[in-house]
Design a protein. Sequence first.
Length: 137
Amino acid sequence: MSTFAWPIRVYYEDTDSGGVVYYANYLRFMERARTEWLRALGFEQDRLIREEGIVFAVRSASIEYLRPARFNDLLSVMSDLQHRGRASLTFKHTIIRQHEASRPCCTGEVKIACIHADTFRPQPIPDTLLKEIADGS
């Protein structure tokens, strides 16, 4: 499947006392990229809740920190859909400084579950979304 890239500027609030991106914020950056990926496919998460009764929840995350990102860096979050199940998606994320693709700051694998918004039980990913995912590959 194709790679989706989303730019992120590192703000002061994203950094720790050492001036580098606080480790948990990389997860936030990955979340933003997945939200924008859905938006690029034509799906808003609030509309998915309202019309389909589903939400996406992180089931697991594995992150490897390789190089620090710092205040005011312009990053790209590269998101690759690695696996598409009936009720789950697995993404590989690579966060780089823009124009330094060969030297990532962070990599991660995030597994997402599609769940019913009220019961939190697994739900199949809507066919309309599966079609857009397949067409986008």
